[in-house]
Every structure is written in C-alpha cells, then in structure tokens.
Design a protein around this ligand. Structure first.
Ligand code: FES
Length: 153
C-alpha cells in the first residue's frame, strides 16, 4: 500500500475549531501561576538548556537560566560535562555574567575565589589564616541539571 506524505504544518485557520478559546490573560501575567509552573514543570522536568556541541573543548562554557536560577554549564579538562549554580560559595556573587566563552578556571569577580572546572575551590585569597577554613571542603554547587547522552548527539 502506498501512502502519501502530508505536511505536519497546518495553518491556524485550518485547525480552528468553533468554540475554541485562548487561555485567559492571567495565565500569561500572573506571578502565582508562573511560580506554580516553575515549581511543577521547570523544576521537575527535563529542560533543554543547550547542546554538548556548544562546549566541545575543555574550558568551554555557556550560561543558562532555568526556573529563575542561573546555571553555568561547562566541559572540564577531562572532557566531562558539569552544571553548577552560577553563584559563588563565598558571598553569592554571580560568577559569570556573559553567555558563553572559554575558561581555564572560574574566578569570582568579587574577592577572587577561584574554582576548578570540576567545581573544586582551588583558590581563596586571604582565607588561609581563617580558623576552620578548609578550601578542600568547598565546591561550586552542582545544579540538579543532568545531561542526556544519546547516539544522535
Ligand atoms: S563573593 Fe565570590 S569571592 Fe567573595
């Protein structure tokens, strides 16, 4: 049996159904509905933020925002992908303001705490004399972001 290929695209006028309505305006402007969407959808479901082909070399990164949180997605020196909250563990400064680039390490612009590409804190100026401070115990906070490997990527 031979079938005929049909276009997946259909003009709006062709799909209009009598009695159909658009969503009420509140679904587009309500902070409460937006917060509910973030909590129920964007914080619990897969959200595409980018493709691994955007960060092919060690040190390549891009930033993305998901559910109001800024993330930094990067490839470490071993080629592994990581995603961290784009926030310094010291005082919460945004680590990267730009959208993409290349790094050998992540350095906070405020007090220069420096993180390796795997998220470990590798430098914290003037902190060596602080009692109890052990930079080995501090790292960028991993986001709950996960990446999906498949053969088509
Ligand atoms: S806030 Fe980042 S080093 Fe102080």
């Amino acid at each position: 049996m031979q079938t005929t290929a049909t276009s997946a695209f259909r003009k709006t006028a062709e799909t209009f159904m009598a009695g159909a309505k658009t969503l009420p305006q509140r679904y587009f402007v309500s902070p409460e509905i937006f917060a509910k969407e973030q909590r129920i959808i964007f914080s619990t479901q897969w959200v595409y933020v980018g493709h691994q082909s955007q960060i092919t070399k060690p040190g390549d990164y891009f930033t993305a925002e998901v559910a109001g949180e800024s993330l930094i997605v990067l490839r470490d020196k071993g080629g592994e992908l990581h995603s961290f909250y784009n926030v310094c563990r010291h005082r919460g400064t945004r680590l990267r303001e730009d959208q993409n680039g290349h790094l050998s390490a992540i350095q906070c612009p405020y007090h220069a705490w420096t993180y390796g590409l795997d998220g470990r804190l590798i430098g914290a100026p003037h902190m060596d004399d602080v009692p109890g401070f052990d930079k080995r115990t501090i790292r960028c906070t991993r986001s709950t972001w996960r990446y999906r490997k498949d053969s088509s990527s």
